[in-house]
Design a binder for this molecule. Structure first.
Ligand SMILES: Nc1ncnc2c1ncn2[C@@H]1O[C@H](COP(=O)(O)OP(=O)(O)OP(=O)(O)O)[C@@H](O)[C@H]1O
Ligand SMILES: NC(=O)c1ccc[n+]([C@@H]2O[C@H](CO)[C@@H](O)[C@H]2O)c1
Ligand SMILES: [Mg+2]
Length: 195
């Protein structure tokens, strides 16, 4: 059985942290990080607001991300081996792929492929504070969070909801451990229901 799980939601919601914990315990589990598909800096548009528009779908090479997902779908065993994931000889033959990123449910060709779509959120103040403690490959210029990151987050979330994309919201204010146990259990239950 093949199962694609989305760990999506807002920037600094805790997506990468949760994903890394799940990877350690889920059987035959591979991961694709959306952040690995950002286009090079010189291909990122500059908006009328003067900010580089990092937080829009066009800044990501989603076709390349989709191809990587398709490679996993066509042969998860080979994909796991190629990515250093040890494959357990398991009667259920379960293969899991986690897609992790901030715009997972806004790209049409991917949206129906998920068995489960998680969406991490924290309140605005917490998100802004966590973001201020981070250093990205391209550091945030002053004002980026309020001028670009937050408005784009709201726009894409509204679109997702208007399109009726079903997600399981997760409270990113819960402890790392609580989130891990909640999602691990939920994934394991949905695997049992599908096996
Ligand atoms: N449950 C949690 N409670 C408190 N802090 C957390 C929790 N999970 C993650 N963090 C912290 O919040 C910050 C963001 O976490 P993480 O990198 O996992 O988020 P992300 O959603 O992947 O963010 P990004 O937008 O950079 O991809 C980090 O400093 C991390 O240590
Ligand atoms: N990884 C990158 O190249 C990069 C560059 C500039 C900004 N970002 C930020 O990453 C977040 C998603 O994890 C987005 O909010 C981007 O602003 C990433
Ligand atoms: Mg991350």
């Amino acid at each position: 059985m093949k199962c694609i799980v989305g760990i999506g939601g807002m920037t600094n919601g805790g997506k990468t942290t949760l994903t890394n914990s799940l990877l350690k315990v889920l059987p035959n589990c591979c991961v694709i990080h959306q952040d690995d598909f950002f286009k090079p800096q010189d291909q990122i548009a500059v908006g009328e607001d003067g900010f580089k528009q990092w937080d829009v779908l066009e800044s990501l090479d989603m076709e390349a991300m989709l191809s990587t997902v398709q490679a996993w779908m066509s042969n998860p065993r080979k994909f796991a081996r190629a990515h250093g994931v040890s494959v357990q000889p398991d009667a259920l033959d379960t293969h899991i792929l986690i897609l992790e990123g901030f715009l997972l449910y806004s790209y049409k060709p991917l949206v129906d492929l998920y068995s489960r779509r998680y969406f991490l959120t924290v309140p605005y103040e917490e998100c802004k504070w966590r973001r201020s403690t981070r250093s990205y490959e391209v550091p945030d210029p002053p004002g980026l969070f309020d001028g670009h990151v937050w408005p784009m987050y709201q726009k894409y979330k509204q679109e997702m909801e208007a399109n009726g994309v079903e997600v399981v919201y997760l409270d990113g204010m819960k402890s790392r451990e609580e989130l891990f146990h909640q999602v691990r259990e939920d994934i394991q239950n949905s695997l049992l229901n599908h096996s």
